[in-house]
Ligand binder design. Structure first.
Ligand code: NI
Length: 198
């Protein structure tokens, strides 16, 4: 793998995310990249460099953070490094297939897209998922109950939506931890309520 291209992609991504601290930040992307590489090891047929680049660039055109059209940030980086147009198209296709909201119920067409989507979803659950949910909620003025609702509406569904067997195995542990957290949260919330007066 071209290490320079990968380290340049990391630097480019970190630069774009400077100043973001709501769980949708450079640290998120680095975790997704590492998890994607881990998953790629269990999928011998996949294009590892494509997985790495798609993971590192998967959020650089996120509509919540950037006002770009047609993955302009990802394209600008890849073009500036002389990546062939046909390969840029494949990387951008993989990135486009990752998003949860835009692809609900649709499985990415390529193995590389499936791996990056799994890695992105794994970062939304488990201990990291819990931390990110409350960080995001706080930044957007949501109270704790709204963040708790997000677990039931979205995060608890992700375990069953993993594409690769390796991701399903990792999701199992993270899902169990979230379930345990929610049960404890419920218990403590109930203890908080004033006793009923009869
Ligand atoms: Ni992401």
């Amino acid at each position: 793998m071209d290490d320079k291209l990968i380290s340049d992609a990391i630097a480019y991504m970190q630069d774009l995310f400077r100043g973001n601290a709501d769980g949708h930040d450079a640290a998120h992307t680095l975790r997704v990249w590492r998890t994607a590489l881990l998953l790629a090891r269990s999928e011998p047929g996949c294009d590892v460099q494509l997985v790495a680049l798609a993971a590192l660039l998967h959020d650089v055109d996120d509509h919540k953070l950037f006002r770009t059209e047609d993955q302009a940030n990802a394209r600008a980086f890849l073009e500036s490094r002389g990546v062939p147009p046909e390969r840029i198209a494949r990387i951008c296709e993989a990135i486009a297939s990752v998003s949860f909201s835009r692809n609900r119920g649709r499985r990415p067409a390529t193995l590389e897209g499936q791996i990056v989507q799994d890695a992105d979803r794994l970062d939304a659950i488990g201990a990291i998922g819990i931390a990110r949910t409350f960080a995001y909620g706080g930044r957007h003025g949501r109270d704790l109950e709204s963040s708790i609702a997000h677990f039931h509406e979205k995060l608890l569904l992700l375990r069953d939506e993993m594409n690769t067997p390796a991701a399903r195995a990792l999701a199992e542990e993270r899902h169990a931890f979230m379930t345990q957290f929610l049960a404890q949260y419920e218990k403590e919330s109930a203890a908080d309520r004033p006793p009923l007066c009869r």
